[in-house]
Ligand binder design. Sequence first.
Ligand code: ARG
Length: 247
Amino acid sequence: MCFRSGRVFMQDRIVGGYTAAPNSIRYMVSLQTTNGQHFCGGSLVHRYWVLTAAHCNIADQMMIVAGDYRVNVFEGTEQYAKPHRLVTHPLYNRSTNNADIMLIKLRAPVILNKFVALAPLPRQGTGVVEGQMCRVSGWGYNSVGGGRVPVMLRTVTLPIVSAARCNSSHSFDGNITANMICAGYQAGGKDACKGDSGGPLVCRGRVYGVVSWGNGCGDAKYPGVYTAVARFRRWVDQTVYGSYRHC
Ligand code: ARG
């Protein structure tokens, strides 16, 4: 869990990172309940589509906010979109977290501008190697007694951890499937955490990972686990572009 002590608690959004420059990650979106509670991140991959985690399919009513920086503070750069359709990957398994990926089709397209842009995705089957540096971003929850404070987007840079090490008996012990990638420092301390789910892990300028799961946050033994987007690039294209066949 992320909530071991008061001090760890306050770092719950992106552990060990720093505040991103305003609107510097222009494809980053916030998924919010209709009363404005942020619950997951996502990436804009098309004017009509957001890429996120399947386990973020938790609210029957949600609002997608693009162009946000301080979540819950109106800054004039935000665009709000309602979902038209949620497409969870057919292989998603909530007990193993395999194929933890979902696409959300928006009811109306977002407008691309200085604050909102599309995220580049990796080609199908391309990999990232151990030690490669990637960056994860998110807002996370502030669960302190329900009282929310303005939260700026945060980000942290992390190295990729090999599947062999992540799957070893000292770590996730065989629970990492081919559809997952791991990232984190051997010393721990930097990680995504609760509420960062669905958000992008960006390597070489492309969204290679979607924040999926972990064991605690920033734990030296347990890196963060991300959905391997390159394993689903074809599915993304089929879902996004396949739907225009009957236009
Ligand atoms: N499942 C969490 C969420 O819903 C994200 C967990 C990521 N954890 C980590 N240690 N990297 O927000």
